[in-house]
Structure formats: C-alpha cells, structure tokens
Design a protein around this ligand. Structure first.
Ligand code: SF4
Length: 179
C-alpha cells in the first residue's frame, strides 16, 4: 500500500489566521485528512516533526525559537511553503522593524497605556527576540509562496489539491486578487 504524503504546519510569528483559513476549507478537511497524514501541526498537537512531504508555515521569524523551528521544518520537509504575508514579507510583526527593539520593549512593558507592574520580562525560558523580524526566505530556502493575509481557503485548497496531485499549481484570478 502506498504511503500517504505527510503534511506539517506551524505558526512562527503569526496570528494563526492562516491556520484558520486552512480550517475554512470546511468539510473538505475530511478529504484532506483522507489524502494525507498530518504530522506536527496544531491540528494534531504533535510536537516533533518527522519526515514530511509538505510543510506549511505561517508567520515571520521573530525570535531564536522561530529560527530553530524553521530550520527543523526545512530539514524535514521536501516542499516548504511560506503561507501568508507575515511568512513572505514579515507582515504585521515586521512593523516593529521601524523601531529599535529596546524602544519596542520599553513601550510594551514599561511605558505603554495600561501597563501595571512595569518590568521587561527576562525569564530564560522566553525565546530571545531577534533585533528584526525576517521573512522565511531570508533564513531558509522556500519552495512556494502563498500570498494573502490570510490566503483564502479556496486558494489554500487549490494549492494543496494541485500540489499533491503533482500538477503545476495554477490559480484563478479571483483567488489571487486582494482589492
Ligand atoms: Fe495572521 Fe495575516 Fe500573518 Fe496570516 S498573514 S499570520 S492571517 S497576520
């Protein structure tokens, strides 16, 4: 019996909106679950990634843990996909790139409106923030870029269906317009 392709997903510096868009394929998630095995993903809660056919990653690279997870996905996935604006350009989290990291931390934890017990967290368990937020392709090689904030469920479905069928991925114009 042929093994099913394995799919892993994760969110780095993202809002999980791209994962929500994946879930918006609605009942087709059953078809997807029949066609693939899910590996590490919030859908399975598996924490360690194994060898996978496709890795879908949302979010920018914000901290040292993001770098580690991204490299792990790259080394385990035949095809790595940057899903959504944050993964492709840094997106919303990269808005902090216009400011010094120190200023961002002071605004968030010391001087911001509504801050109580001002203190910048320094627990060693907290992943170290990078000075800037990076798109995925500045850290590892990315095979496909799926734009949108988030990409629509239709776009994600078309992408997965055609990719897993071994076809060239083509989108209808309505799936890749953003006005
Ligand atoms: Fe959230 Fe948009 Fe970033 Fe996806 S691209 S993680 S929906 S902010």
């Amino acid at each position: 019996m042929n093994q099913k392709p394995k799919v892993a997903t994760c969110s780095l510096g993202g809002c999980f909106g791209c994962h929500m868009s994946l879930l918006d394929i609605d009942e087709r998630i059953i078809d997807l679950a029949a066609a693939v095995d899910f590996d590490r993903t919030p859908l399975t809660d598996i924490k360690q990634i194994g060898a996978c056919t496709v890795g879908l990653i949302e979010g920018g690279v914000c901290n040292a843990e993001n770098v580690e997870v991204l490299r792990e996905f790259r080394s385990h996935c035949q095809i790595l996909v940057a899903v959504g604006a944050c993964a492709i350009t840094g997106g919303v989290p990269a808005m902090r790139n216009s400011f010094a990291l120190r200023d961002c931390l002071q605004e968030a934890y010391l001087h911001g409106v509504g801050v109580e017990s001002p203190q910048i967290p320094n627990d060693p368990e907290i992943p170290l923030l990078l000075n800037q937020v990076y798109p995925l392709n500045e850290v590892v090689k990315i095979d496909y870029f799926l734009p949108g904030c988030p990409p629509s469920a239709e776009t994600i479905w078309t992408f997965l269906e055609e990719l897993l069928a071994g076809k060239p991925v083509e989108f209808a114009y309505r799936q890749i317009r953003y006005d």
